[in-house]
Design a protein around this ligand. Structure first.
Ligand code: AMP
Ligand code: MG
Length: 356
């Protein structure tokens, strides 16, 4: 036997050992890198729909997804803004009582869903509130307190039954001249649905989006813990930011309150949510209502509607299985029972009452 040709077992196993170890080190390095990448937080803020939109998107698709959301929200705003003269909504408003206007499929679908929801609100929610929101001008630069006569003249125009939607021709028409649509009560909730769809198509598993009083929670934190969301203090000069918090997953937390947008005249505060029956800012017995729902449009619709309808309607909504929180004029904080397990009180000035 030629000993020179005999493989050296020791050398061979050492070489194999070194190769395998190197591969393992490389694999561990890449695994760590990709774990790091999937935990990376991308924060992006923009101004859209008259408010600040902030996204916290986790993972290596974060930046692409956040930019895409921004672009889609800009497009959405162009379609539905009451203040952009080229929007679908402005065209419908200009042609009120006159002609049916062809609109994009997005506008058509959103108006159909809004009308269907609105007709369930017993007149508390009205997409045709625009003549009054424009008269008060709370969302503009020069808000004013109108006279009773000015308000009364516009009240008959507020009637969502008169939004005529033709799905076959993709047209919308307002029956009466002077009528106008303002989608401010549901648009930010819908914007959350746009974000949800973009995050899903980009494979994003963890994200938060905040737009006005609406927060969309997409999945969980990287690692699986649930995101905890605060319920804002409804008092304008409050000491605490949030009065309570709760854990949420794959849902929108939409809050309506007079503190969100208002102006002051002669020592009085006038806010932006109008009672369609009186034409004045709603003064029901709730200070704020926060609704949690997987469909952002529905969450946004109910927060506005229940804010106008008041405490009894809000309690009934929670009793019937609806999820959320509300504050009244006596520092009571009503919380739907489904939230009890993760609910945390932050501000002890509030007295907690679980409903359901
Ligand atoms: P939100 O903050 O979701 O409650 O929506 C308030 C916005 O909805 C206002 O700024 C108006 O643009 C619009 N709005 C005001 N009053 C009503 C109402 N009664 N029904 C529907 N939309 C309303
Ligand atoms: Mg709303």
């Amino acid at each position: 036997m030629n000993l020179k040709n005999k493989p050296n077992i020791n050398k061979l196993s050492i070489s194999i050992f070194i190769i395998i170890s190197t591969i393992c080190v490389i694999l561990v390095y890449f695994a760590t890198q990709s774990a790091r990448a999937s935990n990376e937080e991308h924060v992006q803020s923009a101004f859209a729909m008259s408010t600040i939109v902030t996204q916290n998107v986790y993972g290596n698709k974060g930046e692409d997804a956040a930019s895409r959301v921004e672009a889609e929200l800009a497009y959405f705003e162009q379609l539905i803004s009451l203040y952009d003269e080229n929007s679908d909504i402005s065209k419908i408003n200009e042609n009120a009582g006159n002609t049916a206007v062809e609109v994009s499929s997005l506008t058509l679908a959103l108006l159909a869903q809004t009308k269907e929801l609105s007709l369930k609100s017993g007149g508390a929610f009205a997409a045709t509130i625009a003549p009054l929101t424009l008269l008060w001008g709370v969302n503009g630069d020069a808000p004013t307190v109108p006279t009773d006569t000015e308000i009364e003249a516009l009240l008959p125009l507020v009637d969502d039954e008169k939004i005529i939607i033709n799905e076959t021709n993709s047209t919308v028409m307002l029956e009466m001249q002077g009528q106008a649509i303002d989608l401010g009560g549901i648009a930010k909730g819908y914007a959350c649905n746009i974000a949800r769809d973009v995050y899903n198509t980009h494979g994003v598993e963890s994200a938060l989006l905040s737009i006005g009083g609406n927060v969309y929670v997409h999945g969980t934190k990287p690692g699986g813990d649930l995101f905890r969301i605060g319920f804002k203090n409804p008092y304008v000069n409050a000491q605490t930011q949030a009065i309570a918090s709760v854990e949420i997953k794959d849902a929108v937390f939409s809050v309506s309150g007079g503190y969100e947008r208002y102006f002051e005249a002669d020592g009085e505060l006038y806010h932006h949510i109008i009672n369609p029956t009186t034409g004045y800012p709603s003064n029901s017995d709730v200070l704020s209502v926060g609704i949690i729902h997987e469909d952002g449009t529905v969450a946004d619709f109910y927060s506005t509607t229940l804010f106008v309808q008041g405490l009894d309607a809000t309690i009934n909504y929670f009793m019937a299985g609806g999820s959320g929180m509300a504050t009244d004029l006596n520092n009571n904080l009503y919380v739907s029972k489904d939230l009890e397990h993760s609910f945390e009180l932050i501000d002890n000035n509030f007295n907690v009452i679980f409903i359901g």
